[in-house]
Design a protein around this ligand. Sequence first.
Ligand code: SF4
Length: 402
Amino acid sequence: MNSVLNHLDYYRLPWNLADNSISWLEPTFKCNLACDGCYRRNENESHKSLEQIKEELKVFTRLRKCDGISIAGGDPLTHPEIIDIVRMIKELDIKPIINTNGTLLTKELLIELKKAGVFGFTFHIDSKQGRPHWKNKNEIELNELRYHLARMLADVKNISCAFNATIYEDTVQYVPELTKWAQKHIDIVQVMVYIIYRAVNNNKVDFYLGPKKIDMGQLVYNEEIVERVDIKAQEIVDEIRKSYPDFEPCAYLNGSEQADSFKWLISGRIGTRDKIFGYVGKKGMEIVQSFYHLWNDKYLAYAHPKMTRTGRSMLILGLIDKSLRKVAVNYLKNPFNIFKKLFYQTVLIIQPVDFLDDGRQNMCDGCPDITVWNGKLVWSCRMEEQMTFGHNVRTYPKDFLN
Ligand code: SF4
């Protein structure tokens, strides 16, 4: 285990602009919550028509291979035609994944969405969402809600379940417990994601559109910043290691401007509800991505729950991957373990845009969450700039051009 992460020790995911594991569709900008970290303007009358959505899907299929589409927003469950949207994506032979805060999900709706072909859900749940009935609850108290949603999916069967939590300066402390909670439910939770809070930081850079200085105060995500906006993936790994000293990533996406920054940092752990036996290594992840691509002509992000329930079958990759060999040894130390099912679970850390000292904006190289705006592929995290100014703004160190 390396205490300081070195990107050269890990597998650089082959995801890129034209050939990626996922893409990002926003059928609406309407949401029924107002999360602190949200970068999209909440607009009530913003549902796109099925015709508009079809056009956006055409842009994706013309420009980009992808295995899954995250249906996001806004909250996509506010869209009255969400079932048709899921069906349209499924008909393109792409996995529909709904990114939602979960407040509008009922068992009846879930069953309808499953019939339409939904592959999975990513539930965004954290303590800065102002959820009715969950106000002033901390991350740990919110586990009750996470469990309720994971259980609902598990009861309907074979729907992938992922959780996102935006991580702020004052919630970093909960990361070890959240990671333990995810292990406790490794049988029904396939992915746990920590998204580090980012906001436009006006103390470091000025924003320009051509020669014109821009007041970024017009953008929704430019609120008065009190929290730290420089937490890095390394810090989250250090937190996780307080509960799991052996915790080790296997793959990453670097920054577009900084090769050794971790924008997406992925770990795959194998274990049971009681014990983690170890982690997938870089070779194991490379084999999975390469074979999946050879077979399906696409890269993989969301594995089917049937696959993640067969953690044991991954041990065969131990022939090539020494980390998985270690998992096999740990597992077989106790022969009675062979009666226990092994599960695979992903822990993902996302570190969105960083401003470098020279003013450059360090984006996720090979952005999986790219979306469509006016027929173009644009970063979803900076689409407000496209919507407000028609372009992405450029940044320079504070007062550099004065
Ligand atoms: S560049 Fe922005 S939209 Fe793309 S993956 Fe990173 S945070 Fe998400």
